[in-house]
Design a protein around this ligand. Structure first.
Ligand code: BES
Ligand code: ZN
Length: 484
């Protein structure tokens, strides 16, 4: 190993480092001790165990041997988590005692109307389209050009989706990383009431294949997860859901090579004290391999949040069109990006497609294509669960819209001191809009309004107001709003 080290140093000094060259070099990681010891026996020159603690090891290993580890997954278990330095690798061994500090916030189930609207709006065909689009890149291996092309295209797709629904509260960004040339994609839906509290759903955008990384369609692993969260987000837009808490939808880079993208994002959020209330991971959702629909991964997840997910399913998915069943399973390892959040102390859950050893056997091969499932029915169930989770944890801002208006083709809401109104039903004519303060004093009057528009409320001070739409048929529709 010493020799390997000095050769590597000479190699990296003589040639400018690029990511392609790093592929053939070595890096730090943590993994199960038993896997590290087995690999060392088999490839003594390719892996060095630099520290051990309980059943975990910190290692320095070649890129090649890491692929061997991946390829050997018979029953699920072996894997490794990339670490950027020797110190980081050693320190993270000490971290295994830190359990996710589940927040003391009580999760409640109150949004029946919104959740049912969302579940009804989920479109299986959209999920199928997203999966096949991603599959068609051929590979999304983290160092390939097509990986970053897929990230760029996903950003555009999410931006287009948000603007289709006129969502000015949504932004999408690419996140660059130190440990991979691939970028992650993050969509943010700004919370109206508690913008500093974050609810996150994610999946990984990259793919891998033990048969050669330029042939890695990654349809189930994990185009299915990206498709699931994309359709769940679209559904929220379709039903006009406006979160009180900030929602982020994340497509992580380079999960397959040791959770690299998510590890950097979670560490960055921790460093910046970002208050993440809950994280849901969607990695492999479209292979229906077991008796139940959803399996909650028990290890490296937060038991309170797992319980909440189960309560959601007990509430929303026990009968009718949206009936679903669940059970639990284990990974035995930090097998996906939820582990990155969990190890930073954030509560995470990981609802998975199948029971232990019954998951899609084609992952990490050139056969991980949509045709294996041939339908996106299974992923549809996860999109329902994802929307339940987002709606119930982020909560709708009731002051922004009320169901009776939506039914009648009206909506109006106030944001940043601008009143936006829209009347889509031509049979219901509005005569004027009035606004009253808490003492019943009229503070604003607009007559003969057209069917949609914006009214600035900048001149009004903070407080509670009532807005009234007077219809030509004498009816009045009133809504309370709070200006701050
Ligand atoms: N989607 C898999 C994780 C997975 C596979 C979970 C099968 C449950 C059953 C993920 O993309 C993956 O391959 N993870 C790696 C570990 C990672 C730390 C490199 C693995 O499991 O080998
Ligand atoms: Zn994988």
């Amino acid at each position: 190993m010493k020799k390997l080290f000095s050769l590597l140093i000479i190699y990296s000094l003589s040639i400018p480092l690029t990511f392609a060259q790093q592929e053939t070099s070595s890096f730090y990681a943590t993994m199960a001790l038993i896997d590290a010891e087995e690999l060392q026996k088999e490839y003594p020159n390719e892996i060095e165990i630099i520290a051990k603690r309980r059943n975990e090891a910190a290692v320095f290993m070649s890129e090649e041997v890491s692929h061997k580890l991946h390829g050997r997954v018979l029953v699920h278990g072996p894997g490794f988590i990339y670490k950027s330095s020797e110190t980081e690798a050693k320190q993270s061994l000490q971290k295994d005692d830190i359990k996710a500090v589940s927040n003391k916030m009580a999760f409640t189930i109150t949004e029946d109307t919104m959740v049912n609207q969302a579940m009804n709006a989920i479109d299986t065909q959209n999920i199928e389209n997203h999966i096949t689009e991603l599959e068609n890149y051929g590979t999304r291996y983290h160092t390939s050009n097509s990986a970053n092309q897929s990230a760029q295209d996903l950003k555009t797709k999410w931006e287009t989706m948000a603007s289709t629904y006129n969502r000015t509260d949504v932004s999408v960004r690419l996140v660059s990383h130190n440990s991979t040339p691939m970028k992650s994609v993050v969509m943010t839906i700004q919370g109206s009431e508690f913008p500093d509290e974050f609810v996150i759903v994610g999946g990984h955008l990259d793919s891998t294949s033990s048969q050669g990384n330029n042939d890695a369609p990654g349809a189930d692993d994990d185009a299915s997860g990206i498709a699931t969260i994309t359709e769940a987000a679209r559904t929220l837009f379709e039903i006009g859901f406006q979160p009180k808490r900030t929602i982020e939808v994340m497509a992580y880079a380079a999960e397959e090579v040791g959770l690299r993208g998510s590890a950097e994002i979670a560490a960055d959020y921790k460093t910046n004290n970002v208050n993440v209330i809950a994280v849901g991971q969607f990695d492999m959702t479209n292979y229906n391999g077991s008796a139940n629909d959803v399996y909650f991964i028990d290890d490296n997840t937060d038991s309170t949040l797992n319980d909440f997910f189960k309560q959601l399913m007990d509430h929303y998915n026990t009968s009718g069109n949206h009936q679903l069943t669940y059970s639990t399973a284990v990974c035995n390892y930090g097998c996906s990006d939820h582990a990155s959040w969990n190890s930073q102390g954030y509560p995470a859950s990981f609802p998975f497609e199948a029971n232990f050893s019954q998951y899609n056997p084609n992952i990490h091969t050139r056969n991980d294509t949509f045709s294996i499932s041939g339908t996106a029915e299974h992923a549809t169930k996860f999109a329902k669960l994802c929307s339940e989770f987002l709606i119930e944890i982020a909560k709708n801002d009731a002051t922004l819209s009320t169901p009776e208006f939506e039914e009648e083709g009206y909506y109006f809401y106030v944001k940043n001191k601008i009143l936006t109104y829209n009347i889509s039903q031509t049979s219901m004519e509005v005569e004027n809009i009035n606004m009253y303060d808490i003492n019943g004093r009229k503070v604003l009057q607009k007559k003969n309004i057209i069917s949609s528009g914006n009214i600035s409320l900048n001149s009004l001070s903070s407080g509670i107001y009532v807005i009234t739409l007077s219809l030509k048929d004498q009816r009045q529709l009133s809504k309370k709003i709070i200006l701050d």
